[in-house]
Design a protein around this ligand. Sequence first.
Ligand code: HSE
Length: 412
Amino acid sequence: MNIAVMGYGVVGSGVAELLEKNHDQIVKKSQQDEMRLKYILDRRTFPGDKNESLVVADFEKIISDDSVKIVVETMGGLHPAYEFVLDCLNAGKSVVTSNKELVAEKGCELLKAAKEHNANFLFEASVGGGIPIIRPITQCLAANDIDEIAGILNGTTNFILTMMIKQGMTFEDALRLAQKNGYAERDPSADIQGHDACRKIAILAALCFGKHVYPADIHTEGITEITLADVDYAAAWGGVIKLIARSKKLENGKISAIVSPAFVGYGSQLAGVDDVFNAILVRGDAIGDVVFYGRGAGKLPTASAVVADIIDCAQHMKERKDFGWGEGEEGYVSSYLDIETSLYVRLTSDSKEEVLEQANSVFGGVKALHRDNAPDNEAAFVTPAAAEKELREKLAALTGAKIESVIRITDY
Ligand code: HSE
């Protein structure tokens, strides 16, 4: 069976490497006589690379070659990945992708195209890098009614936060190191502004709750505003700051979905997830909480998930996987302002005691936090839980205070 890889970057080259390194057992597990990488599509040339002779610049080579049954898309970005993948599926070729942007934006449509042409469209590597999560949700946990899913879904930001907290590294140095290690997206703003985690939770929410969730409907905040002062206050509260993506089924048939930095208590299973590691907590009615943990980014961990999908495709050439992923709906994702939460607030004020008194009376009691060497005009507290809209209105009513930072508090 012949395979083509589109995009010879970090993940694409990892796929080629793994296909060669574990060739014999991949062939055996695929139940094929041969599994051969025939083309690598890339606009660049790779002089001296061992796969140099496989590199083609023209997509036509792949789409017109009937011997290519499985196409791997590791180009990233929406265009031209979307057009190429759609063409492949329409030609009856199975497609495996690691591209979360593509799956989050076009998953429903591409699965439909795959169904129509009796091909597979698999995307295990699009969430959690090498961590098995798509299959567990859609197969192993299929008997459950899943209520909630939450996790640390971006390795780069988790790495940066860990370096800042544990090594006192600056944000910029930690980001540079993450890029050097091949964790960050080509445009790292997708990582640090939360968009990468947003795409991943959109995919997980679609799989857990059955309807397409558009990334644009998910309130998304990144980690660029987090300071070491906030890190200290999180410790004083009893936890750490993590970039958490979460989605929950609501009683009115809608869902909530949000990506933001959050205080996570030391007792939470997510609190000890450091460096480039990801962890995904799934809450089902039969299983209770189950947590998936592992390397969420990087060349070979991600390639591991891609190659597993290739093997799955090869084993199921005539059978098609159905993920029960339906069309999206306007208004399906509730406003984050309607969701109940507590907030951590850091502010500066010339009359800090007065502001704390006001906060106590407006919120009906707040928990004041303290850190060593805080400036005299700085105060921090945690509000009681209420709908975020209500909390924000009360916060805006505080007089004489400059709000420096607001971070949500999680309850798992
Ligand atoms: N940039 C992504 C991350 C890569 O850091 O998690 C894996 O999706």
